[in-house]
Design a protein around this ligand. Structure first.
Ligand code: MN
Length: 378
């Protein structure tokens, strides 16, 4: 390793103090505020379910990988952090911080709890042994911080799909020894998707531990040139992430993963990565392509309703919330912010002012998360 953990920590604490000197508490407030959004008072217990963190070991490994994967778009953000003119990158500072600024912003916005997860793409770009070991370290670190702040933090465990058998063991350890609340994966691993049966020991372990699997986006394995528009990169979070993650869920549906594992729960962010919008056509074309002889036990849309929950991460739009509420019902939607990539204050205001029956907003704001992620109700 070109940079050991101590050097990295020292580097990031220098960054942290420099930025606090520059911005101070006012900087925190300004970074969280969106001037044009009304801020209704806190109304609901808010459990935010897609909230990213990092550990120095992950960041350091990304620095190594970035040295030889020069053009991989999943490394763009990390390359920015490590560039000599990066100054004080607030995203990296906020990812590495668990107990300072993060809790301060949660308090200011009235967010009760973060369900934490190791930021994308987790350990999935690393060599198998490093990936497996960094996942375990991240899970240990997560368990420690939850133990210290049990009313503010819960968390999703990480695993390395590169080795499905060891991944299954880590899922068991994370759920049953560390008592984490579910697991997360960042879409494909080395261009492979979980519908491949070699990954199915992972589903067995998830089902055995009653662990929901959050499928979080990352860049497509091979973004075609059409997606890199001269004006802006469409392969990233602006559009491509949603396509990639929706595709992953569709691959699992058509492969029959949910017929084999009918109790498996999958969580998709960003209001369901567009799937709720397309249900009719998905069913229609499935029937058409298979000449109504598809091998699935149910219509594809039924798996979206029965096995998938969606979150509001990064989609603070009441019209879309009302649509998803109508199509999927109040039990399949959960609140999320996508800290530190999107706005906490805006997301909290969006949830507190949701134009839905209060009993349903209670479910979306916290009740469904308590159920699916085994979080104590207050
Ligand atoms: Mn996210």
């Amino acid at each position: 390793m070109s940079m050991n953990r101590r050097e990295f920590l020292e580097g990031s604490s220098k960054v942290l103090s420099a930025s606090l000197l520059a911005g101070g508490a006012a900087g925190v407030a300004a970074a969280g505020a969106a001037a044009d959004v009304p801020k209704p008072g806190k109304k609901y217990r808010l459990i935010a379910t897609e909230e990213a963190f990092s550990i120095p070991e992950q960041a350091d490994e990304f620095r190594q990988v970035a040295n030889f994967l020069h053009t991989n778009p999943d490394l763009d953000m990390w390359r920015g952090f490590f560039s000599p003119d990066a100054g004080a990158p607030p995203i990296l500072r906020r990812l590495l911080d668990l107990e300072g600024e993060r809790i301060q912003i949660m308090d200011q916005a009235g967010v009760d709890m973060h369900l934490l997860s190791l930021t994308s793409p987790g350990v999935q770009m690393f060599q198998t042994d490093a990936a497996t070991s960094i996942a375990a370290t991240a899970n240990d670190r997560l368990a420690e911080v939850i133990k210290k702040h049990p009313t503010r933090f819960t968390g999703l465990g990480t695993f390395a799909p590169q080795d499905p058998k060891r991944a299954a063991k880590e899922i068991d350890r994370a759920m049953n020894q560390l008592k984490l609340n579910g697991m997360i994966v960042n879409s494909h691993t080395n261009s492979e998707y979980l519908d491949d049966t070699k990954f199915w020991p992972i589903f067995e372990a998830l089902v055995a531990s009653n662990a929901a699997l959050y499928i979080h986006p990352r860049n497509m394995p091979d973004p075609c040139s059409f997606m890199t528009h001269a004006a802006v990169n469409l392969a990233g979070a602006m559009w491509g992430f949603q396509m990639e993650t929706g595709l992953h869920a569709m691959r699992m549906i058509v492969a029959g993963v949910f017929d084999q594992f009918p109790t498996l729960k999958v969580v998709l962010g960003h209001m369901g990565e567009a799937l709720p919008y397309w249900l009719y056509r998905i069913d229609y074309m499935y029937n058409s392509y298979t000449r109504r002889n598809g091998k699935l036990k149910k219509k594809p849309s039924q798996y979206v309703k029965d096995n998938i929950l969606i979150t509001t991460s990064g989609m603070n739009t009441h019209a879309v919330l009302k649509y998803c509420h109508e199509v999927l019902g109040p039990d399949n939607i959960m609140f999320a912010i996508d800290y530190p990539y999107q706005e906490t204050f805006e997301a909290a205001a969006f949830m507190n002012s949701a134009p839905l029956p209060e009993a349903d907003v209670e479910k979306i704001a916290h009740g469904n998360a308590e159920k699916i992620f085994h979080i104590a109700a207050k």
